[in-house]
Design a protein around this ligand. Sequence first.
Ligand code: SAH
Ligand code: SF4
Length: 382
Amino acid sequence: MTANLLDYDLEGLAVFCERLGEKRFRAVQLFRWIHQKGASSFDDMSDLAKSLREKLRVCAHVKALDVISEHISSDGTIKWLFDVGGGDAVEAVFIPEEDRGTLCISSQAGCAVGCRFCSTGHQGFSRNLKTGEIVAQLWFAEHFLRKYLHRDDRVISNVVMMGMGEPLQNYSELVPALRVMLDDHGYGLSRRRVTVSTSGVVPMMDRLAQDCPVALAVSLHASNDVLRDNLVPLNRKYPIAELLDACNRYLAHAPRDFITFEYCMLDGVNDQPEHAHQLVRLVRQHSSGGVWCKFNLIPFNPFPESGLLRSPSERIQAFAKILSDAGIVTTIRKTRGDDIDAACGQLAGDVKDRTGVSERIARQRTFMLKPISTFNKETNGT
Ligand code: SAH
Ligand code: SF4
């Protein structure tokens, strides 16, 4: 079987090299070629012994994902739809800002959690992505963007696991992917700039704290269990008090001294002043001194099947003020990439029920932009 080298963190690649009868340090060279230089053809890896390159050609490859489409928003946001086979597609979104470049990537095709306000959740669960499929989104985006923007240095400074899927329900494939992002021989991102967003898989939050503590965002969305049971069904398994305790335990290992709570603002559902006051009480009850969290209020991105609406902006402002006045740092997320449906919860998922992903893939291909096809040719050597 041909091994996909994007599936390995550096340790995994070292073991792979040893199995080929090669010294472990070869793995560092190989890893740097793949992740730092974006090479996918062993012929390009000029400082690897010819004998090794030949061995690799027989048993390994660097398997990228096929790009189905690319959309560029007027605000510079770029959204890619990747084919992961079997009629499934996942998305990644690049969000440029003055001081950073953030890539939002997917961890699963679909999602089993089934949150009411999320189109991925409505789509249902298809499958877990492999480590290599998670890494391939970053590999592609980073090296595409360097070419596209004519840059030699790193373009992506932050990665957020906020695309499709619940990353902590794909834990064993997620952790090696995070290690590739953090590795100095890989993308060299700091732990503070890699964020895992979770709907609250409590036992896996504890494991992540031990195995690979990166920045953590928790999708709270409700101020009491009755409401959260309804919006985020996983709450029935791990209710708010348990979730907040897990956040506190995570903090002892976290690269930042706070957890970010995401809170999607739903008109008439969770956006009333009493909800904000309830949140303040919750945070205080779970503080052992000082405020340990930040709130990020996300204006809901509506989609028809949800039957939900976005809170009006004045209500979002008023909600933010109650939290801020209580000493909790609160931001309101700017919506980006609206014109290309790249905002939270609008990722690829809205399609399966309507047309079937395969049909959409076929439809999207006709919109494929030129730079992508050119890039694919270059990187895949086809
Ligand atoms: N499964 C993880 C990560 C992916 S979702 C999680 O739930 O945290 C990333 C973020 O987008 C979450 O905070 C999620 O609640 C939010 N989101 C999902 N659908 C949304 C929508 N329609 N509008 C606004 N935010 C949404
Ligand atoms: Fe899954 Fe996150 Fe969407 Fe909930 S919000 S359905 S956990 S992707």
